[in-house]
Ligand binder design. Structure first.
Ligand code: DQA
Length: 148
């Protein structure tokens, strides 16, 4: 069975492509999904990309990743990154490694974006490389596979 990576996206990321393109770029979430599925095929990894504007959906999907023994979760929690203790606790509650991704570099932006509740419990963080960050995260996930 192929390894599974869930790619979870938080609020407003459904608007990628038209949302503040000077910050987030012109690539849509559908474009990112297509790129990841193609890259996943080459790596032997099944990709399921989801987006929700609701915090609890993201919590539920983190739990699902654990139930399904996913290889990793790639998580762009959007603004919940800076506010959500619930997401932090959900990541802490599972053993699936979570790779935090941001299109922009939050540390180069407003001070309220400098704190991430995700970063201390994530396996690692990739930020500031636009849509390419998701591909880098998938390479990182592939690198977590058991080598026997
Ligand atoms: C973001 C950065 C967050 O600060 C912001 O709230 C987002 C997107 C990013 O991908 O750069 O919604 O996570």
């Amino acid at each position: 069975m192929a390894d599974l990576v869930l790619v979870l996206n938080g609020p407003n990321l459904n608007l990628l492509g038209t949302r503040e393109p000077e910050i987030y770029g012109a690539t849509t979430l559908d474009d990112i999904a297509a790129m990841l599925v193609a890259k996943g095929e080459a790596l032997g990894i099944d990709i399921e990309l989801r987006q929700s504007n609701h915090e609890g959906h993201l919590v539920d999907w983190l739990h699902e990743a654990a139930r399904r023994d996913a290889l990793a979760v790639i998580l762009n929690a959007g603004a919940y990154t800076h506010t959500s203790v619930a997401l932090r606790d959900a990541i802490k509650a599972i053993t699936v490694p979570v790779i935090e991704v941001h299109l922009s570099n939050p540390h180069a932006r407003e001070s309220f974006r400098h704190r991430s509740h995700i970063a201390p419990v994530a396996r690692g963080t990739i930020a500031g490389f636009g849509a390419a960050g998701y591909a880098l995260a998938l390479d990182a996930a592939a690198g977590l596979r058991h080598k026997d």
